[in-house]
Design a protein around this ligand. Structure first.
Ligand SMILES: Cc1cc2nc3c(=O)[nH]c(=O)nc-3n(C[C@H](O)[C@H](O)[C@H](O)COP(=O)(O)OP(=O)(O)OC[C@H]3O[C@@H](n4cnc5c(N)ncnc54)[C@H](O)[C@@H]3O)c2cc1C
Length: 453
């Protein structure tokens, strides 16, 4: 039975061996999949607990120094804590939340003496390194679960060249993995031992931590699974049917705006995809949405998982890097520093409006994001510098920043990643360019600028 559980392609055995027969519990080390439903890592922990006759406890360590995360992001994360606690309690699973400097997993494991530890996966290098460190130090098995994609990323085997190469592979496996969770219940309820240290899972949990304050929190964008589900329901009611036609118009409420909830794991991509499929919306709209949610999103995860230079120009295609090098000395009529970009002080009202949308609301419309990044390339001294500027601003201000989708799309915009060569243009070479005139043909630019004045 254990073998059957570990054979699931979502599961990676990081440290093998048998569960400790004297272990008191199954511990789920929650990192990215911050939710109590549609969570394959939690389901696995509960299945293991039921098999071993042990309770299950989720451990979450609040660490205030996640690369490029700031108070904006931590507040959103903390909004989600009560929902996690409530959902886990319903499934008879414990929740131990600790914060810096007491956030370490290993001291917690020494207190609990687990039979086995389950983790979820995040392909970014900082969290991937933590998994390796923990695997090296544990004396019990560690299994991790690729819980935030529909098709397990290991099945793609290597870095995929473009959407056209990954699409058929994902679609071939979609029906195997687009199956609703059975949401198992823990048979043995977890009771915290007397005196075990844990803090209250409330939004106040992050207050007083030494968190970077380089972006203001956004009061209108509340995190958490409940809020994510509310927004998903509203999108199914009001946005999905017109998604095919309206998704590239940033003046309309035409996309789901679910990316922050997917980024923090407050929603799982599987439940979103299943809800969209079951919505009764026209097939064209459903297909267009699944293309973004599964094909584009999982192409980005594939890029970050298999390309260690995912946030540098060095991770982009040779043809694009060569072209950008050849056009290095091209005349650039406008040049801005990162500070000018950050303050939305360019000559272009559309670009400034996009930047303001991101800084004030924590989210920028997807179609405008492409233009935003392309123009940073056009108005920077070098492509390397442009990519660094785009990554820093995107990660600082977007609520969904610090995500594979951000790194892959910035690499697309600036380094031709997942794209093909286009007819040459100054500065861009054969990397695809975008113009204000092109944007004006697509939507009412003046209206968008007025919306973000
Ligand atoms: C320069 C640039 C930077 C970006 N930075 C980020 C980022 O930091 N974080 C982030 O999540 N997305 C990023 N994207 C991808 C995309 O723009 C956003 O995911 C999307 O606009 C979010 O809005 P939505 O939830 O309404 O999307 P919808 O259109 O409603 O799509 C549903 C979901 O599909 C996924 N998705 C949609 N478009 C893409 C795409 N092109 N690539 C990968 N996944 C996609 C997202 O998870 C999104 O929530 C970036 C795109 C560009 C061009």
């Amino acid at each position: 039975m254990l073998d059957a559980l570990s054979a699931d392609p979502r599961v990676t055995v990081r440290r093998g061996g048998s569960p400790d027969p004297d272990g008191t519990a199954v511990v789920y080390w929650m990192q990215r999949a911050q939710r109590a439903s549609d969570n394959p890592a939690l389901d696995l922990a509960i299945d293991l607990g039921n098999l071993l006759g042990r309770p299950v406890v989720v451990f979450f360590g609040l660490f205030p120094f996640i690369t490029r995360a700031n108070l904006r992001h931590y507040r959103f994360l903390a909004d989600g804590l009560p929902d996690i606690a409530e959902g886990l309690c319903r499934r008879r699973v414990g929740f131990v939340l600790r914060r810096h400097p007491h956030h370490g997993l290993l001291p917690f494991l020494e207190e609990v003496r687990p039979a086995i530890v389950v983790g979820d996966e995040n392909p970014l290098r900082q969290t991937a390194a933590w998994r390796e460190t923990v695997a090296g130090r544990l004396r019990v098995p560690l299994w991790t679960v690729d819980a935030d994609v529909v098709v397990p990323s290991v099945l793609l085997e290597k870095e995929q060249y473009a959407a056209r190469t990954i699409r058929p592979r994902l679609h071939a496996r979609l029906n195997d993995f687009l199956v609703a969770s059975g949401e198992p219940m823990a048979r043995v309820r977890w009771w915290a031992p007397d005196g075990m240290e844990a803090i209250e899972p409330t939004p106040a949990a992050v207050e007083g931590l030494p968190i970077a304050r380089d972006a203001e929190p956004v009061a209108d964008l509340r995190g958490g699974s409940k809020e994510g589900h509310r927004r998903l329901a509203r999108f199914l009611r009001r946005g999905l049917a017109g998604y095919g036609e309206r998704r590239n118009d940033p003046t309309e409420d035409g996309t789901s705006a679910l990316s922050p909830y997917l980024h923090f794991g407050h929603l799982g991509p599987r439940e979103v995809a299943l809800a969209v499929r079951a919505s009764g919306a026209p097939a064209g709209a459903v297909d267009a949405f699944i293309e973004q949610l599964v094909v584009r999103r999982e192409l980005a995860v594939n890029f970050v998982r298999f390309n260690p230079r995912y946030d540098a120009l060095a991770g982009c295609e040779d043809w694009a890097r060569r072209a950008l090098r050849e056009h290095r000395r091209d005349r650039r009529p406008h040049l801005y520093t990162e500070r000018q970009f950050e303050a939305a002080e360019t000559h272009d009202p559309l670009w400034n409006a996009a930047q303001r949308q991101m800084v004030t609301t924590g989210w920028m419309h997807g179609y405008v994001r492409m233009y935003w990044a392309k123009k940073i390339l056009e108005w920077s001294r070098s492509a390397e510098q442009a990519l660094e500027t785009a990554v820093r601003l995107n990660d600082r201000y977007q609520m969904d920043g610090r995500d594979p989708s951000g790194y892959a799309n910035i690499a697309w915009a600036i380094g031709g990643k997942h794209d093909r060569p286009w007819p040459p243009r100054p500065v861009f070479g054969t990397v695809r360019s975008m113009t204000e005139a092109g944007m004006k043909r697509k939507f009412d630019v003046a209206r968008y600028v007025a919306q973000h004045a």
